[in-house]
Write a protein that binds this ligand. Structure first.
Ligand SMILES: [Zn+2]
Length: 340
């Protein structure tokens, strides 16, 4: 029996230090010290031991239990130290790793230019007014001095919804709506989306954006128009830019002028953008036609005004050197991300 206990001690000395994790240690604890384990079996056989031998065997049995418990305790300590160390390793944060880049959006180039136009005119005292994109024939054409058989309607190939309702071809309708509701002075710009039945190509799209402006008051002259648009051109394209006004025809203004700016790309030496002329057409303008003022109930003898309109896409293409209008609508991030 003494021999068996000594063998058990030897077995424990071999097995316990080899246990690699706390689960294995628990398994060994059950094996050596459990109710069906060898130590329990040996102690149960104590009845067969002679009275002289009993104290000796009892002493060795106690020493064996103490030894096994001590071995298990020591191994538990080693293993748990190792396990917590490896869990630190697993949870360690590597501060040298590159961070995850945040996806920051940016404004659409058309929004950038539209905001800039609005900023310049609000700085000059104009108010921003918006109106419906679906308009009646009256607001889109007739009130703007374009009666049903007027040839100017050919320039505005329109999307009609009914005989009398269409997608607006210009934001000028907002001017009529505003003047109907207010008495002069009126100083507004109307930014917004407009629609024309144009075939899509590099410079045309069926949907585009305009900013139209209107100022009506007493004693407004063509000089006010020229001064206002000259300031706008300089703020938009640079202080060195000069403006020139070419006579033109619009049904809703008289006299009318197209406004060119000196080419800011080539300093008027002649380039592809200005087609060698040194001038770039940027907007249309004129003195509000007396008939338009009368259509909204203004006294055209007392009041006068000027109006102007520009295409946001065209200005954005000039400003950013974009040569294809379709890029604005394709939502290609490689294009859009260049305008931060
Ligand atoms: Zn040029």
């Amino acid at each position: 029996m003494t021999q068996k206990l000594l063998e058990l001690q030897a077995e424990a000395r071999d097995a316990v230090p080899a246990a690699n994790n706390s689960a294995d240690i628990e398994e060994l604890r059950r094996h050596f010290l459990g109710k069906k384990g060898p130590l329990t079996q040996i102690l149960r056989g104590m009845g067969n031991v002679t009275p002289e031998e009993r104290p000796i065997v009892g002493k060795i049995a106690n020493e064996t239990r103490e030894l096994i418990e001590q071995l298990l305790a020591e191994q538990t300590e080693r293993v748990s130290a190792r396990e917590s160390e490896s869990s630190f390793d697993a949870e360690r944060i590597d501060v040298t790793l590159p961070g995850r880049a945040l996806n920051v959006g940016n404004r659409h180039p058309l929004t950038i230019v539209l905001d800039e136009i609005c900023d310049i005119f609000t700085g000059l005292g104009f108010e921003i007014v918006e109106g419906p994109e679906v308009e009646t024939d009256w607001y889109n054409f007739v009130a703007l001095n374009i009666p049903p058989d007027h040839p100017a309607r050919d320039d505005h190939a329109s999307f009609y919804i009914t005989d009398d309702v269409l997608l607006r071809t210009e934001t000028s309708a907002v001017q009529i709506r505003t003047m109907e509701q207010r008495q002069p002075p009126v100083r507004i710009i109307a930014p917004g989306r407009v629609y024309r039945r144009d075939a899509v190509d590099r410079t045309h799209c069926h949907t585009f954006h305009q900013v139209e402006g209107l100022l009506v008051d007493e004693h407004v002259t063509f000089a006010d128009l020229k001064g206002t648009l000259d300031v706008f051109a300089k703020r938009m394209f640079g202080e060195r830019v000069r403006t020139t006004f070419r006579p033109h025809y619009f049904p809703f203004t008289e006299p009318s002028a197209e406004v060119d700016i000196s080419c800011f790309l080539c300093d008027q030496k002649g380039c592809g953008v200005c087609k060698g002329s040194g001038w770039i057409e940027v907007l249309g303008s004129g003195m509000v036609h007396p008939k338009v003022l009368e259509n909204v109930g203004y006294d055209s003898e007392k009041y006068s005004g000027f109006a102007f309109g520009m295409g946001v896409e065209r200005l954005a293409m000039l400003k950013f050197g974009i040569d294809d209008i379709r890029l604005f609508y394709e939502n290609d991030l490689r294009f859009l991300r260049q305008f931060r």
